[in-house]
Design a protein around this ligand. Structure first.
Ligand SMILES: [Fe+2]
Length: 459
């Protein structure tokens, strides 16, 4: 509903419709001898469209007009004002969007009506409600020695409870008419409609039966209202409980998402730290992770496994943090001792990540990414499939990036030479099957070294 369009014409139109709805409801209830007021549909409708002030104004105006014919109705302007104000405030707070909230609104309205009307009943009508069922209950309770004020409250609530539930539900259904037209009918709306329909039919039958003197229907009505109350309270408790569970689950999901996001950002930050140490291999970890994921996808790995591999690959050279800059960035060939220190980055990395549980098998992937298929690699000289698969994948991606991008000690190689080198290393340095997969990625253009970049992998 657009509550901003409050120009005079719109306000007057809504108020007139509201008053007509109120009077129509009241007269219909009277004509059918229904034990309900039905005189607040328009007040609630106006309150929803125009806000609490106009809602209250609609209610008061309605009572004043009706008061021309029945002066005592004028004092109940206070009740109508309360109804309009409460519904308007609830609407502004977005509490008329769902059936559950509308039901809660209707209960609030029923209690408010009782609180405002009962003193007026006692003052002007000796506590009588002015309604067949309410008065019968009130009189019965007084007859059994119940305190008059309490009897008056119960009698009024007895009528207000079903009356306001039905009235607010009718307004709820009117407000959601668009959804009905679009056939986006919620199950809850259907239940509400069914409930309203059954209630009206039931009351009509009840009144007719009483008119011919069958007082058993009054007892049935009493049971109906009690059952209604129990159903509503059970429903209320269930909905509140479910909402709490859902909210808890949503909080947990949001927390887990934040944790995962934090984890990803931490891993990326670590990878960038390593890259920053080795200025001329900028983005090395990012590229290796991208090549690794391309290989994994070609092998048919799932999304989660690929993501895990991406993170391992991002961290594969984390151990370089422990390598002195003088060795890491040395422009000349490394001495034997320097090379020994350089090789220790895999074990340093594994040591750093040994308690890192965020990424599965990360320490293995980091530790063994320089192992060679023929067992001539380091640090353990593992052979063939002894080398963890993720390390074999990262190994080939790492070697490819080392060849295809500029390094401190040499310029990058052209694609033809890189392919030749990969073929040469097939079965010796690299896993033969993974080499074939990677060569295919180069041939089909998914990976290229000529332009020193890769095509974006599929999301
Ligand atoms: Fe490495």
């Amino acid at each position: 509903m657009d509550t901003h369009k409050k120009n005079a014409g719109y306000v007057i139109t809504v108020l007139v419709i509201g008053i007509c709805l109120n009077l129509s409801g009241k007269w219909a209830a009277a004509a059918l001898d229904l034990p309900l007021w039905f005189d607040a549909i328009g007040t609630c409708f106006s309150a929803c469209l125009l806000g609490p002030v106009y809602g209250a104004a609609c209610g008061v105006t309605n009572n004043l007009i009706y008061g021309i014919f029945h002066p005592v109705s004028m004092v109940y302007s206070a009740t109508s004002a309360a109804v309009g104000a409460i519904v308007g405030i609830r609407m502004q707070k977005g509490k008329m969007s769902h059936l559950f909230d509308a039901m809660t609104t209707s209960i609030m309205v029923a209690f408010a009506s009782t609180v405002v009307s009962t003193p007026l009943n006692l003052l002007f009508w000796e506590g009588f409600i002015g309604n067949a069922w309410g008065d019968t209950l009130y009189w019965g309770l007084c007859d059994r020695g119940i305190w008059q004020i309490l009897a008056a409250v119960i009698g009024e609530l007895f009528v207000d409870f079903p009356d306001k539930i039905i009235v607010v539900l009718i307004v709820y259904l009117i407000l959601h008419a668009k959804e009905w037209r679009k056939k986006k009918v919620h199950a809850e709306s259907l239940y509400a409609g069914l409930f309203v329909f059954c209630s009206i039919v039931f009351f009509e039958i009840a009144v007719q039966e009483v008119a011919i003197g069958n007082n058993g229907w009054f007892k049935a009505y009493l049971v109906f209202v009690c059952v209604l109350g129990v159903i509503y309270l059970t429903w209320l408790a269930t909905v509140i409980h479910s909402r709490k569970i859902i909210e808890k689950q949503q909080r947990e999901i949001a927390f887990a998402k934040r944790q995962a996001e934090m984890g990803n950002q931490t891993i990326l930050a670590i990878a960038k730290t390593v890259d920053a140490k080795d200025g001329r291999t900028s983005q090395h970890a990012a590229r290796v992770s991208e090549y690794s994921v391309l290989i994994a996808k070609a092998l048919g790995w799932g999304e989660a496994e690929c993501e895990n591999l991406r993170q391992i690959a991002l961290l594969h050279d984390i151990g370089k943090i422990g390598i002195p800059d003088a060795i890491l960035n040395k422009p000349d060939r490394l001495t034997e001792e320097e090379y020994r220190i350089m090789k220790s980055h895999v074990e340093i990395g594994a040591e750093i990540l040994k308690d890192f549980t965020l990424v599965k098998n990360v320490a293995d992937g980091v530790k063994y990414h320089h192992e060679k298929y023929d067992g001539s690699g380091y640090p353990k000289g593992l052979k063939g499939e002894e080398i963890p698969l993720n390390a074999r994948i990262i190994g080939i991606a790492d070697a490819f990036d080392a060849m295809s991008f500029n390094r401190v000690y040499r310029e990058h190689l052209d694609q033809k030479t890189v392919i030749k080198e990969l073929e040469k290393g097939r079965g010796t340095q690299f896993d033969p099957h993974l080499t074939d997969v990677f060569l295919e990625l180069i041939r089909n253009g998914s990976v290229s070294c000529d332009i020193q970049t890769t095509k974006q992998s599929a999301p």
